[in-house]
Design a binder for this molecule. Structure first.
Ligand SMILES: Nc1ncnc2c1ncn2[C@@H]1O[C@H](COP(=O)(O)OP(=O)(O)O)[C@@H](O)[C@H]1O
Ligand SMILES: [Mg+2]
Length: 468
């Protein structure tokens, strides 16, 4: 779809944003509020209106800068400004410029902004950068021309910059050197973005499928929510609502031969490792069926297992257990096990035992989102991820994990997160869309019927080595 630059108009919140004349204008506070659109449009309009001004848009990574700004601007500014690809700068006929910049580490940030001067600079998704970076960037908004200096700051709750953005724009707590009159904030929610509501009506539905804290942050723009239990949606005790049973933890059942099997693995050096076997049914629903959990490396107490011993046990389970024997098992593991300090890398030890892994996708927040999507109950009351009640370290550790104090939508890594990491690697191998929709759910055998049928009989291998 091509957007006609002169035709498309700002929505109500974007209009307020366009009219705001504070030195630091905060905009957003939720997902999909039309933030990127608003800053690139505002800066382009300023360049057109005023001759010889210098504007810039900063975004943390190049792929994000490209998708959110370079590509749309190239389309929107056809015949309006020229683009210099190598310098990533748009040149307007009146001498004004719009520079696009990114830097995802502090060295690059220093290089990018050293000696620069801007009249107007926008930071897109400022909550992705620490306050120190903000100080470096803001120092470049200066100069001797009479054009008023201004910064536009778009944001979502969460991210490493959550605290400073919240302080300045939401809580309005200022230091002596900051003038409160310089700061304003305009909240834009996804529902304010009519263009998005029309082009992707499903968008709000996806956000509604999130557990309450994330939903309040990303849909409703709440900044006060990243506290306490991380997987708040996880239920290990079945809850009945009407004739529906809501639970993530179920009795084991026999795995149909046609189901795919996956193995995810998080290695613990002095901490527990977690090796997890997943079965996936024809609907893509995952079941944690077996778990081996314990301490490799130098355990201070209990049984000390070398990597050799861990992988020979994993290989043995896969040779012997009736759910795994003869299956082609796709394995995924933390890429750290490929590292070697001169000696044998952990992964080489695994391969000697015929245990193979792919490197996991380590994008943490996206991985947690995948877990939240899978844990969400659909309209039929079923999640996309179940846990056999024999996998007790999974069931024990998930509810204990808490939100990080420094990266708000991440979890606190000082908790016992080995199973959660392993589950996240698995999820990133088989990403799903938000909240499974009931209509896609055919009438296949329902494993939950086992609640009536198994009478509590448990079939499983239990490979726990050390109790936590
Ligand atoms: N006023 C508008 N007119 C047309 N399309 C818009 C407008 N505002 C936003 N959009 C479109 O809505 C979608 C989401 O907007 P975007 O600015 O990317 O949101 P955010 O940066 O807040 O996530 C994009 O496709 C964008 O082009
Ligand atoms: Mg954006």
């Amino acid at each position: 779809m091509t957007v006609n630059y002169r035709m498309s108009a700002p929505n109500e919140k974007q209009r307020l944003f366009f009219l705001d004349t504070h030195k630091y204008v905060g905009y957003g506070g939720a997902r999909g509020g039309g933030k990127s659109w608003a800053i690139r449009r505002k800066l382009a309009l300023l360049c057109l209106r005023y001759a010889g001004i210098k504007c810039g848009i900063y975004r943390r990574t190049y792929p994000e800068l490209r998708n959110n700004h370079v590509v749309p601007l190239l389309r929107e500014l056809v015949g309006v400004a020229d683009y210099n690809e190598s310098k990533k700068i748009f040149l307007f006929p009146n001498g004004s410029t719009l520079q696009l910049c990114y830097a995802d580490n502090q060295n690059k940030l220093n290089q990018t902004f050293q000696g620069q001067e801007y009249d107007v600079l926008a930071i897109d998704e400022a909550t992705q950068i620490p306050e120190e970076w903000f100080s470096i960037i803001r120092a470049t908004v200066r100069g001797v021309n009479p054009f008023p200096k201004r910064m536009y700051i778009t944001c979502n709750p969460g991210g490493v910059g959550h605290t400073w953005v919240k302080r300045l724009f939401i809580d309005r707590k200022f230091s002596d050197r900051e003038n409160p009159d310089d700061y304003s904030f305009i909240q834009a929610l996804p529902t304010d973005n009519k263009a998005l509501m029309e082009s992707d009506p499903d968008y709000v539905g996806k956000l509604e499928a999130l557990p309450p804290k994330l939903r309040r942050a990303w849909l409703e723009g709440s900044w006060d929510i990243f506290d306490g239990q991380f997987f708040e949606e996880f239920t290990d005790a079945p809850e009945h609502y009407g004739d529906r049973l809501y639970t993530h933890v179920i009795e084991p059942f026999e795995i149909p031969a046609s189901w795919e099997i996956y193995r995810s693995f998080d290695w613990g050096y002095s901490k527990p490792f977690s090796c997890d076997w997943w079965a996936v049914d024809g609907d893509g629903r995952a079941y944690l069926i077996l778990q081996m959990y314990g301490c490799g490396g130098s355990a201070d107490e209990g049984v000390k297992w070398s990597s050799d011993k861990v992988f020979s046990e994993i290989a043995r389970v896969e040779r012997e257990h009736r759910w795994l024997v003869g299956k082609s098992i796709r394995g995924v593991a933390d890429s750290a096990i490929w590292a070697s300090d001169g000696g044998e890398a952990i992964v080489e030890s695994a391969e000697r035992h015929g245990v193979y892994f792919e490197k996991s996708d380590k994008t943490r927040i996206a991985g947690w989102m995948q877990m939240h999507y899978r844990l969400a109950f659909d309209e039929t009351g079923r999640p996309m991820m179940y846990f056999f009640n024999t996998c007790r370290h999974a069931i024990r550790t998930l509810p204990l994990l808490e939100y990080s104090k420094t990266v708000p939508e991440d979890l606190d890594t000082t908790g016992e997160d080995h199973f959660a990491d392993s589950a996240r690697y698995f999820c990133m191998m088989r990403p799903i869309r938000a909240a499974a929709k009931a209509e896609e759910y055919g009438r296949r055998a329902d494993p939950l019927d086992q609640f009536k049928e198994t009478g509590g009989k448990i079939y499983s291998y239990h490979g726990s080595i050390r109790r936590y």
